[in-house]
Ligand binder design. Sequence first.
Ligand SMILES: [Mn+2]
Length: 200
Amino acid sequence: MIRLSGDYLGYFALPCLGEVVCGDDCFIRWEPDRMTVALIDGAGHGPAAREVADLARDVLSQLSPGETPENSVQALHHRLHGTLGAAVVVASLSLDGFGWVGSYRAVGDVGIVVAGKEIKRMPVGDGIVGYAMHSHQSALPLEVKRGEMLVLVSDGLKATVFDSLVLDKMERSPVEVARRLVFEHKLDYDDSSCLVFFAP
Ligand SMILES: [Mn+2]
């Protein structure tokens, strides 16, 4: 069980039933003027998936500050070559007058939504990072207004996970939201993870 909590960012993950390590992980980097968040789902589960997630985190942490989601995913694709690959979403956001704006790139079986008055499901590209990916897909714009919530999930959560997504006033921390979504929607045969950002 992995937790990472903060006022604005929360991550919660559980390994696949029967496994002690989790092949899902997150990456977060704060820079003076922006934030990069990523969710990584190493293909399969268990130690092999964990290794891919570790490598992916290393790659992301070694990138220059300010690297775009597009280039970050390209770098991952290059460096994960020869592994089983991963599904990945990388988003980069900066604060402006109305909230957080930037872009993201998502490849494979991952989910990304922006939840406010309505739930906006963001498009995700086909492929497996490190194995087969359409290099022509570019990053897409992403906007998370103040008071909205950005949610990233791995495919270890049921596809219905976003149906129950409401901005519940009782849940004051993003890690509580992430934890609830994982426990309520996890599948037993895969690692499950969720990253939540409350846009301040
Ligand atoms: Mn998975």
